[in-house]
Design a binder for this molecule. Structure first.
Ligand SMILES: C[S@@+](CC[C@H](N)C(=O)[O-])C[C@H]1O[C@@H](n2cnc3c(N)ncnc32)[C@H](O)[C@@H]1O
Length: 247
């Protein structure tokens, strides 16, 4: 049970993540907290990876059987064999392409020390929640959760977002869930992810229209103002951002 993201939002996040499975690049989540959404994203990646590998193996096996059949009866089935070899070539190519995008990993980040201090941009008349140190979970708790889920495709990094370096992030990102709640956290997340986003990739920022966390929308609006090549649509409290040419 996730108390941070609603069921409808989770369904939307997974739907969009699924669209990114065949795009080059890894998945990231900045602000993983207890790892509830991380487990779902990790499972989606694991499932797609095993599907494409199995599918590739089946086609390959079928092609090998056909080839050995062709060797055994060359006179009669020469013509038939030629066309089935062509078919194998055609069928294997898309499978190979899928394999290139399988084996993706999910990289998740958190301070594991709770939220940082709010800044002026986070001030809201809608409540005094989300103070520094709130939402604290240990890295150990999340490592255990990922292990219990049987996932081996998740990389967990403990850091404040503004301390992350180039080596801490994948070079290419196809899907990003940015859920750091506060202005500076979202601003830094966008700064880190956008230059690595694949042309067809998607970034989702949580809390876009949450009156308790106005810093999230401020950071997104500023980003869009400075980067006219991106556009946004809003579903629930999710700001879904991608490059204009990908629509
Ligand atoms: C709302 S929770 C994330 C919920 C999670 N995405 C989910 O779906 O369950 C926000 C998390 O972001 C982390 N966070 C916020 N700002 C951060 C920063 N600047 N650096 C590192 N972690 C940060 C907090 O520690 C907290 O765990």
């Amino acid at each position: 049970m996730n108390d941070q993201v609603t069921k409808a939002e989770t369904a939307e996040i997974l739907r969009l993540a699924e669209q990114c499975l065949e795009i080059e690049g890894e998945f990231v989540e900045l602000g993983c907290y207890r790892g509830d959404t991380s487990v779902l994203l990790g499972k989606l990646l694991a499932k797609s990876s095993s599907n494409s590998t199995n599918c590739g193996k089946t086609v390959e096996k079928l092609c090998k059987t056909t080839a050995s059949l062709c060797k055994k009866s060359p006179e009669f089935v020469d013509k038939m064999c030629k066309s089935s070899k062509n078919l194998c070539k055609k069928t294997l190519n898309p499978v190979d392409n899928r394999c290139k995008t399988s084996g993706k990993r999910l990289w998740i980040y958190d301070s594991f020390a709770g939220l940082p201090e709010k800044t002026r941009e986070d001030s809201s008349g809608a409540g005094q929640n989300f103070q520094a140190g709130e939402l604290l979970v240990t890295k150990r708790e999340v490592v255990d959760k990922i292990r219990r889920a049987g996932l081996r495709n998740v990389i967990i990094k403990k850091a404040w977002f503004d301390e992350l370096t180039d080596q801490d992030l994948p070079t290419e990102i196809s899907f990003a869930f940015l859920d750091g709640d506060l202005y500076e956290s979202i601003k830094t997340s966008l700064k880190l992810v956008a230059p690595r986003l694949s042309p067809q990739g998607i970034m989702i920022v949580h809390d876009y229209n949450n009156p308790e966390l106005p810093g999230s929308a401020r950071a997104v609006d500023e980003f869009l103002h400075q980067h006219s090549e991106y556009r946004m649509s809003v579903h629930y409290s999710l700001a879904i951002i991608s490059q204009c040419k990908s629509f």
